[in-house]
Design a protein around this ligand. Structure first.
Ligand SMILES: Cc1cc2nc3c(=O)[nH]c(=O)nc-3n(C[C@H](O)[C@H](O)[C@H](O)COP(=O)(O)O)c2cc1C
Length: 247
């Protein structure tokens, strides 16, 4: 089994990392654009019904209304809402033998994704950096200094992020998945992060919060804020969350 650093999945992460110094000169392959929709103009069509009478259709307004929003009110969000969003994104829902299962699926039930919170405006919680302790459903307090400005700066200076009530930052503990699946494991890690983020977006919509997923960041800077070593664990995704403006 080759060491992690020699694996193509790992090298891919390193080669695509953003760095403040080199981002402007970063080579982007000249790949021609293509339509957003794949079309089969010649085929016959089977219309789909658009009205659902199903009980499950309660999720429809959440899906219909979800939109990436980059403006939030300055109101603090409730701690209960945050707890609900954490549970929805990664909470444990079942146990079987040595396995635990969560709200979001994970390749091989390995759960390589960790959740960090840069808390800015949450009622009763000191602004700072926290880690979601999934096992005990609590927060590990990493620092009680507000990290929201630093996180926004590390995310390519996207100023709106500093105005979020809380920013979720997801990292991957790469070995957790690649030690079992090798290079293919990199696919599973990124897919897992997508599931987790989508659960959060829906839970945020259900609690009257706006969100914006963010994948543009200077990798080393964000890792440094999280206090993680990019050889073992590296930031892969984030989402800013804040109270929605009423229409
Ligand atoms: C993988 C991924 C990365 C994204 N990164 C950013 C980002 O860095 N900054 C930002 O403002 N929006 C970011 N977005 C939000 C997209 O711009 C947004 O999803 C898209 O415009 C579609 O709009 P909608 O989410 O409202 O449907 C990201 C979305 C995804 C799925």
């Amino acid at each position: 089994m080759p060491e992690l650093e020699t694996c193509s999945g790992y090298k891919y992460l390193i080669e695509t990392a953003y760095d403040r110094e080199t981002i402007k000169d970063m080579e982007r392959p000249a790949i021609a654009q293509i339509d957003t929709f794949k079309r089969y103009p010649e085929t016959e069509k089977l219309e789909l019904p658009r009205s659902w009478q199903l009980k499950e259709a309660r999720i429809v307004p959440l899906l219909q209304n979800r939109r990436s929003k980059r403006k939030f009110t300055t109101t603090e969000i409730d701690f209960e809402e945050l707890a609900f969003m954490l549970w929805a994104s990664q909470g444990i829902t079942a146990k079987s033998g040595c396995y635990t299962f969560r709200t979001a699926p994970s390749g091989g039930a390995l759960y390589p994704v960790e959740t960090y919170l840069s808390i800015h405006r949450v009622k009763g919680v000191t602004p700072g950096l926290y880690h979601f302790n999934v096992e005990n459903f609590c927060l590990d307090i990493l620092t009680e200094n507000d990290t929201s400005d630093k996180v926004a700066a590390a995310c390519l200076d996207q100023k709106f992020m500093a105005q979020s009530a809380v920013t979720f930052i997801w990292s991957a503990v790469i070995r957790r998945c690649m030690s079992k699946y090798g290079n293919r494991g990199m696919r599973y890690i990124l897919l897992d992060a997508g599931h987790i983020c989508q659960n959060l977006l829906i839970a945020a919509e259900a609690t009257g919060n706006s969100t914006c997923p963010v994948a543009a960041f200077y990798d080393d800077e964000l890792n440094e804020i999280l206090g993680i070593n990019s050889n073992d664990e590296t930031a892969i995704y984030a989402a800013a969350v804040g109270q929605k403006f009423s229409n």
